[in-house]
Design a protein around this ligand. Sequence first.
Ligand code: DLZ
Length: 171
Amino acid sequence: MASAQKNLSVYDESNIPLAEGLTFGIVVSDWNADITHAMYEGCRQTLLKHGVNEDDLRTVQVPGSFELPVGAKILAGAKRFDAIICLGCVIKGETQHDEYINHAVAAGLTNLSIVSGIPCIFGLLTPNNMEQALDRAGGKHGNKGVEAAVTAIRMAALRKEVAKPTSKIGY
Ligand code: DLZ
């Protein structure tokens, strides 16, 4: 479903695991900072609301969205995060630069997730203009940062749950 038909901040809270004890790295792109910082606030507040401790969050900033995958790789190298959330906004311009960046970020985060085993969340807005960006950074279509936080909690909890040893008692 396209985000124009969905509010990115609306989700079933009863389906979200308690996030206390989970650790998150967050990478925020400085391009279109009004948008990405609003996404970051939405993301951070959602993590805290679901029980994440402030001390279990580490945020880094990168110059632009193209740098999100390497920012995530640096955080992944610390080996202490259950998931890494990447937040950026690439607004379509007169050339195809947006397509190159968006594809590179998608491929980079997919590869890093698979190779590292750490979920790297694609919190990248790819709007046609600033109005569409504002609509998705706390405007009428919600906040992509909230959606990214919820996805990160679910994936981090899944990773932790599967890593637990299964009981040896019984069959
Ligand atoms: C160069 C560039 C342009 C034109 N537009 C955006 C954008 O809309 N959003 C964004 O996050 N970054 C943009 N960048 C910067 C690139 O992501 C990158 O930082 C530079 O190309 C340097 O690698």
